[in-house]
Design a protein around this ligand. Structure first.
Ligand code: VGL
Ligand code: ZN
Length: 247
């Protein structure tokens, strides 16, 4: 009798799990912004933004809990055939560095010919250990590393377009030439380089998913919530790595 009861119980659970009606019920615990499962296509690419020592614990512009993205990104990368990595790649006297503006403090704002600029602790100087990709990032199959922010007078959060909003990095041409239509974005930091990259990519007509558990933010003065809001406004989708799988 006991065995039969158990069988009924298991069958009931199996039916509940398989039922499309029940599956369609909103789960009060899940965030409404969460996207459905996505299958990775040949025309998709994963963009891994700035997983560099300076942005990780011990680095000069360390993002809180930044190291947590590394295993997530390594696993996610196994689902993709097309992968691009980026590196923030500044000259030692870069205009975005606090050290270049006597009397200013990190995170102060200044005006530059192209607009307002946050002053950052010096970070990601070309060729230094701080600018290197973290040693635990394990994506040897990545096909392109794009460097940005290498012009002293101009910052570049976006992997597509520098902060003057005119100078292109070449990434758009590369992706279009390779027939890529949809981008999955991961890395650091959610509210700066990830968000600016996602917004520009939308402008250029790519379909965008930001993988939230594969990103972490700096969150200076509410910048993280503001970034999610501006991404949501232009149709950037927010997803999680567990929902992404190879077709
Ligand atoms: C970044 C601030 C300054 C980033 C780069 O990778 O998000 N943030 N430079
Ligand atoms: Zn930078």
């Amino acid at each position: 009798m006991k065995t039969i009861d158990r069988r009924y119980a298991l069958a009931a659970i199996a039916t509940a799990l398989a039922s499309p009606f029940l599956a369609a019920q909103p789960n009060p615990k899940s965030k409404p912004s969460q996207a459905a499962n996505v299958n990775v296509l040949a025309t998709d690419a994963l963009l891994v933004i700035d997983v560099q020592n300076c942005f990780l614990p011990g680095g000069s512009l360390a993002v809180n809990d930044g190291q947590a993205v590394i295993p997530v990104i390594n696993a996610l990368a196994k689902q993709f055939k097309n992968i691009v990595l980026t590196q923030d790649w500044h000259t030692a006297d870069h205009v975005s560095f606090e050290s270049q503006h006597p009397g200013k403090k990190p995170f102060d704002m200044i005006g530059l010919p192209y607009g307002r600029q946050v002053l950052w602790p010096d970070h990601c100087v070309q060729g230094t250990e701080g600018a290197a990709l973290h040693k635990d990032l394990d994506i040897p199959q990545a096909q392109l590393v794009i460097r940005k922010g290498f012009r002293t007078p101009v910052d570049s959060y976006s992997a597509f377009l520098e902060a003057d909003r005119k100078t292109e990095t070449g990434l758009r041409g590369y992706l279009k030439t390779r027939g890529i239509k949809r981008l999955f974005i991961a890395g650091l930091a959610t509210d700066f380089c990830v968000a600016w990259t996602a917004l520009d990519a939308r402008k250029y007509g790519f379909d965008i998913y930001v993988v939230e558990d594969a990103c972490r933010g700096i969150d200076a003065n509410g910048s993280l919530a503001a970034a999610w809001l501006s991404m949501q406004k232009v149709g950037v989708k927010r997803t999680r790595s567990a929902q992404i799988s190879a077709a």
